[in-house]
Design a binder for this molecule. Structure first.
Ligand code: AMP
Length: 204
């Protein structure tokens, strides 16, 4: 049985639609029940639902053979997994944003973010020493509350930034969902995984 970890939340319905396109109907997968995994004997597959940030961990430890995880999570918590395919779901970008009325030349001292590793690497690469402040939510409030001069966050439509009077200073990288695999499973179950990749690539 091929065990697939899928992220709960905003990208689940898009992910299920993608599998539906390759004739894998996972419509029984429902995050509103208490069930955490769903078996599909007809496809030889078990779907495991996980918090997005836990998907790479499940795959690294082999609880799941493969998974669908956001590039943001993969860049933030580097795990020993193979990244196989860009599924192009939930496309957005990681950016540095500052208040609209702040000049782009003003130095940045403090940065609030849910992604401290990504932010740290970005500012180190640019040779800018900053203090990174890890927040677990409402990062865009950082400059409003005066805890930071800038934020590093994901932007999709841009409406959250706009609502909070923020503007993009620079783009760090594009983000989308990736198919990842456990390194041992990729060898042991290569036939099943490669067949799945071929089907997914044919509909991307
Ligand atoms: P938006 O207002 O459409 O630019 O969405 C921005 C907010 O939604 C950010 O605060 C992000 O935390 C969240 N967000 C949007 N798209 C994604 C995504 N693909 N993955 C994770 N978070 C996202």
């Amino acid at each position: 049985m091929l065990k697939i970890a899928l992220s709960k939340g905003r990208i689940l319905s898009e992910t299920l639609k993608l599998f539906n396109k390759i004739q894998m109907d996972f419509s029984q997968v429902n995050e509103d029940t208490r069930k955490l995994f769903f078996d599909f004997e007809e496809y030889g597959t078990r779907v495991i639902l996980a918090k997005p940030s836990d998907v790479p961990t499940y795959v690294e430890y082999g609880v799941a053979d493969i998974g669908v995880a956001g590039k943001d999570v993969l860049l933030e918590d580097k795990k020993d997994v193979f990244e196989l395919v860009d599924l192009k779901l939930a496309q957005c970008k990681m950016v540095v944003a500052i208040p609209q009325d702040r000049s782009i030349d003003m130095p940045i001292y403090r940065v609030a973010t849910k992604y401290p590793q990504i932010a740290e690497r970005h500012f180190v690469k640019r040779g800018i020493p900053v203090e990174i402040i890890k927040l677990h939510g409402s990062v865009e409030l950082g400059p409003i509350l005066g805890i930071s001069d800038a934020i590093v966050d994901i932007v999709s439509t841009g409406s959250t930034l706009k609502k909070n009077n923020l503007k993009i200073l620079e783009e760090i990288c594009p983000i989308s969902s990736r198919l990842i695999a456990n390194q041992v499973s990729f060898r042991v179950k290569s036939y099943e995984i490669m067949a799945l990749i071929e089907k997914l690539e044919s509909v991307l």
